[in-house]
Design a protein around this ligand. Structure first.
Ligand code: GRF
Length: 202
């Protein structure tokens, strides 16, 4: 499968997907053909360039609406023949149109064990709730934020003296294992999103 990855920042998850897809022994069944960032100059773009992957910057501030910004991304995704889109630290909410267009082929990674701790401050909320475990979730994207069928999860411990930064780093090491696994499930046809929004495992 031809994969497009959308990023906004450091791109460590992108890196894990690059490493996995470029390692023939992992049989991921996917190749990253395009990386789009809504922010210029971010580290993730450099990671893609170093790996020889085409990059495009599409600044959301150049577009009058979410829909026109998403349409501009779609032009690039289709031009590159992308079949699967992975969100990897992409900090924009996607339009309903875009989400429906890519239904069953659009994955996101969230830094908590969904459906707990949705939203942009997952680590902060986890620490405030004083739970003993957290983790990450790879899921299909639905119009509702941080919902959608769960493909992979991985658990990490939360320790009493954790800071947001320390917890984030621990969760990221789990993310970097979970995302390639999830992409492999999708790219190799192991999973399929059913019409009712639930997963079918082959
Ligand atoms: C990750 O924690 C991911 O779960 C969240 O944004 C962060 C992106 O990190 N959606 P990176 O850019 O992949 O390093």
């Amino acid at each position: 499968k031809r994969v497009g990855v959308l990023i906004s920042g450091s791109g460590t998850n992108l890196q894990s997907l690059i490493n996995a897809t470029q390692d023939p022994s992992q049989h991921i069944g996917a190749e990253i053909v395009l990386v789009i960032s809504n922010k210029p100059g971010v580290e993730g773009l450099k990671r893609a360039e170093r790996a020889g992957i085409k990059t495009v910057v599409i600044k959301h501030t150049d577009y009058p609406s979410r829909e026109t910004f998403d349409a501009a991304m779609n032009v690039e995704l289709h031009a590159a023949g992308v079949e699967v889109v992975c969100l990897a630290g992409f900090m924009r909410i996607l339009s309903e149109q875009f989400v429906k267009h890519w239904k069953g082929a659009l994955l996101n990674i969230h830094p908590s064990l969904l459906p707990s701790f949705k939203g942009a401050n997952a680590h902060k909320d986890v620490l405030a709730a004083r739970v003993r475990v957290s983790g990450c979730t790879v899921h299909f994207v639905e119009v509702d934020i941080d919902s959608g069928a769960i493909v992979e999860q991985e658990v990490v411990p939360v320790f009493p003296d954790d800071t947001e930064k320390i917890l984030q780093e621990r969760v990221k090491t789990a993310e970097h294992r979970a995302y390639p696994r999830a992409l492999k499930h999708l790219a190799t046809g192991r999973i399929k999103l059913k019409e009712d929004g639930t997963l079918h495992w082959n």
